[in-house]
Design a protein around this ligand. Structure first.
Ligand SMILES: NC(=O)c1ccc[n+]([C@@H]2O[C@H](COP(=O)([O-])OP(=O)(O)OC[C@H]3O[C@@H](n4cnc5c(N)ncnc54)[C@H](OP(=O)(O)O)[C@@H]3O)[C@@H](O)[C@H]2O)c1
Length: 328
C-alpha cells in the first residue's frame, strides 16, 4: 500500500510518499481503508526520532483515522465490510489501510464527514481522559486549560463546558486562537505572551480560584499554576512543551492546599484501558456530537502527499485545532 514515510536522508527528517506492507487484521480487528487522518504534536516528535511507537505498533505515523471497513477478523461481531468508522490508533494512520481493534472503533455519526471524524479521536479522548479519569472534574468547577487553541485544548474547553458546566479559563498566544477559545465556551481567554495569567485570574476571580489545571507547558508555569489552585486542587500534565526542570520548587502549597499532581500519556496505555475510555467517551459524548454542541475544530485540510507542509504548519504553532490529511 501507499503510505507517507519519514525520509531521514537529508539535513532534517521530512515526510515523503512511499510504500509500506499491507496490514493484516487479527481475530479481533478490522481492516480499514483510510479516508482521512489528522496530525498530532506527537507526530513531530516521532518523526525526529524522539517518540518511538509502542511495541507492536506500526512505525508509520498517525494516531487516528476515519475510513471504511474493508474486511473483519473472525471474532468481530459489531462491524461489517462497508461500515464507516473512526478511532484511535497506536500508529499507522498516514497510510491507505490500517487495522484497528473492534473495541477502539466507533461508527461515524451521520452528521460528520470523514475529515471531521478523523479530527476527533486523539484530542477528544486525551481531553476526556484528563478531565475525568485523571482530573476528577466535578460539575460547575473552575478549570484552567492551557494551550487553548491546540487540538487538545479546543476539545477540553468544549468537554469541560458542555459535559460538566465548568467555568473555563484558558491561555493561548495568538488573537485568533483566543477568539476561538471564547467562541467554544471559555469565559476568559488570556494571551500568555502579553499578560501573566496567574495575576489576571486572581484579579478577576480572587485567590485560589481554580479547581483543576490541564497543563501542556510544564516548568515555566509550575509556580503560577500552583498559585491559582485552590483547596483540593488538581494539576494534570499532558505535556511539557515549555520545559521539564523547575528550579527552587516550593512544595509547601501541595500540603497546605491538599493538591493532587498527575501526568499521563495516552498512547502507551493498555488496549483494555483505551477500549474502556472509548466506551465511556462514546456513551457520554455521542449525543453532544450528534446535536452539534460539541464539534471537532478543524484548522486546515491538506492532501496527504503534502504531509510535510502540514507538519510545518504545526511546527510553527500556526494551527488552531486540528490539521487533517485526506486523499489517500
Ligand atoms: N499526554 C497525552 O496523552 C497527550 C495526548 C495528545 C496530545 N498531548 C500533548 O498535548 C499538547 C497539545 O497537542 P496538540 O496535538 O493538540 O497540539 P497543537 O495543536 O500542535 O497545539 C500546541 C500549541 O501549544 C502552544 N505552545 C507550544 N509551545 C508552547 C510554549 N512553550 N508555551 C506555551 N504554549 C506553547 C502553541 O499555541 P500558542 O500559539 O497558543 O502558543 C501550539 O500551537 C502537545 O504537547 C501534545 O504532545 C498529550
Amino acid at each position: 500500500m501507499k503510505a507517507i514515510l519519514v525520509d531521514n536522508s537529508g539535513d532534517k527528517p521530512v515526510m515523503v510518499p512511499g510504500e509500506y506492507p499491507d496490514p493484516v487484521p487479527n481475530e479481533q480487528e478490522l481492516l480499514v481503508k483510510i479516508e482521512a487522518t489528522a496530525l498530532n504534536r506527537a507526530d513531530l516528535l516521532q518523526k525526529s526520532g524522539k517518540y518511538p511507537p509502542p511495541e507492536g505498533a506500526s512505525p508509520v505515523l498517525g494516531l487516528e483515522m476515519a475510513g471504511i471497513v474493508e474486511k473483519t477478523g473472525p471474532g468481530v461481531k459489531n462491524y461489517k465490510a462497508g461500515d464507516l468508522i473512526f478511532g484511535l490508533l497506536p500508529g499507522g494512520g498516514y497510510a491507505e489501510f490500517c487495522t484497528i481493534h473492534q473495541g477502539l472503533a466507533m461508527p461515524i455519526p451521520d452528521i460528520l464527514s470523514f475529515e471531521e471524524a478523523a479530527a476527533l479521536p486523539e484530542v477528544f479522548l486525551t481531553a476526556y481522559q484528563a478531565l475525568t479519569y485523571l482530573g476528577n472534574v466535578n460539575f460547575g468547577e473552575t478549570i484552567l486549560i492551557h494551550a487553548g487553541g491546540s487540538g487538545v485544548g479546543t476539545a477540553a474547553i468544549q468537554l469541560a463546558k458542555r459535559l460538566f458546566g465548568c467555568r473555563v479559563i484558558t491561555t493561548a498566544g495568538k488573537k485568533h486562537k483566543l477568539n476561538k477559545c471564547l467562541e467554544l465556551g471559555a469565559e476568559l481567554a488570556i494571551n500568555y505572551k502579553k499578560k501573566s495569567f496567574d495575576e489576571l485570574i486572581e484579579n478577576r476571580y480572587g485567590k485560589n480560584a481554580v479547581d483543576l489545571v490541564i497543563d501542556f507547558i510544564g516548568a515555566p508555569y509550575w509556580e503560577k499554576n500552583i498559585r491559582c489552585l485552590g483547596m483540593d486542587g488538581r494539576l494534570v500534565y499532558l505535556s511539557m512543551l515549555g520545559g521539564i526542570k523547575v528550579k527552587e520548587m516550593n512544595l509547601i502549597p501541595i500540603l497546605r492546599k491538599r493538591l493532587t499532581l498527575k501526568g499521563s500519556t495516552l498512547r502507551n496505555r493498555t488496549l483494555d484501558y483505551k477500549i474502556q475510555l472509548t466506551r465511556d467517551f462514546q456513551s457520554q459524548v455521542s449525543d453532544y456530537i450528534n446535536n452539534e454542541s460539541i464539534i471537532p475544530v478543524i484548522d486546515s485540510i491538506f492532501d496527504w502527499e503534502d504531509a510535510e507542509e502540514a507538519h510545518q504548519r504545526m511546527e510553527k504553532n500556526q494551527n488552531t485545532g486540528k490539521i487533517v490529511l485526506n486523499g489517500m
